[in-house]
Design a protein around this ligand. Sequence first.
Ligand SMILES: [Zn+2]
Length: 367
Amino acid sequence: MSVWVVVQPPLPVWSFIAQAAREATTIDSMSGIRERLNRGVVIGGEGYLFELERRGYVKAGPFVPEVVLDFPEAVRELHREMLRAGAEVMVAFTYYGHREKLRSIGREADLEPLNRLALRLARDVASEGDELMAGNICNTWVYDPDAPDSSGEIVREMYREQVRWAAEEGADLIISETHDYLGEALISLEAVQESGLPSIVTFASTDDVTIDGYEFDEACRQLEANGADLVGLNCSRGPQTMLPILERIRAAVDCHVAAQPVPYRTTPAQPNFEALKDVDGTRGFPLALEPFLCNRFEMADFAASARDLGVNYIGVCCGGAPHYVRAMAERLGRTVPASRYSPDMAQHPILGENVGEQAKRFVNWKD
Ligand SMILES: [Zn+2]
């Protein structure tokens, strides 16, 4: 009698987890950004450029995402942290990863490999959590409102190649952001529409109007009229100075509205983070902004206020970090993977419920 023994190499646990993630992704593949928005608020999470600069992987000044090629695991890790914090869209780190920026640092030959790898990193992590992956295009510094046609054609080709790579790498949507000009934003929208992918198009508002002279509610209305899925604001303004403009945008459009502020305490006198000045008059932007940071509770308050205004996509931009996203997600009623480690101050030895006499010696305890 012969006995057949089938010897199979043991499958590592992660292979089952990955398989489950793939199946979940398949099930939820019916649920793109449009379907998710119809169910409720979608949580975003950005700020990769500033956060990876703080971690020592991005050179401030040029601010080009070379880290994608040089230290891809650093990008993957930050995606994972955002995913665990509750971000539903993994945004490929291609901000300032366009031809003009790569050329400016002598790495134009790396343009396509950088874009494709950034998209794959975001796709991989999104698939781990049944979430979406977004391609990302942005302001170019090439568009010239005094020569909109000639400069616009250069910009259009820059957007087209990035959007094409994003579509080929399986992006679920494209986020076109940090726009200063309605003219450039409209060109980006056209490039996205050529791909057939949903679009989020947002302005950075350093002034009360776009640099080409449109009120932001009017600029967003024109984006909607040209078929954008979501319109709104990102970057530049903190919660306090972004909310009033969001209210006007919400009233001006019928489509979904997106808001991704910077987590800084901007004020009516200093309405954007470029304008923030310390008490001695020193400009904080972009490397000395820490004194102006919002705390996590302020960002959670923003998320609730934006939701109450009718904003549909809520996230964070430059200065953002995973702890903000978790606080915002939890304020919106979510329990996210990182909620396992959310604060429980009742257990704190000094601030908790049962502070002993010995523990009180560690602080200047008044009551
Ligand atoms: Zn930003």
